[in-house]
Design a protein. Sequence first.
Length: 173
Amino acid sequence: MIKTPLLLTILACLSIGVGCSDDPAKGWSTKSIFTNEVKTVSVPIAANTTQYRQIGFQLTDAVIKEIESRTPWKVTYASRADTVLNMTIKSVQLQTISLSDLTGLNEEMVISLTIDFDWEDLETNQTIFSRKEFSAGGLFVPSQPSGETLQIGEFQVVQQMATDIVDEMAGSW
């Protein structure tokens, strides 16, 4: 006679095998969502056509950190890389969300960042994917009592953009 705990263990193992898929695009899988074809990525400093000079450096730094922390890929120099991620900052805009009834000053603002980027395979000189007018936004509250500065909004939008770019890189396969 088979004991109940042993029977439950066998049933659990069988159900795990049945519930998983070999392809991450078709359901739960133990395989990585990242391709094995790419091992290294070069991320040059983002070209910047706006008056916000530091945002290109901040975006490049954030994208490198996202790639290193969330993917199996390593960031390296272009001469050693399998692929290159080129980014161009097209616009940075401030938009008022709400005004104070008492003072008429901005209570909430959004800084929006729009970029073009493409990811290229350096071996074949083929574009893996390209995105135009890719946007993200960061909310900040400049009014009292918060008194957040523009840099808080810039930080939020850069972090959001870096996360979105790496999500796009993972989803391109």
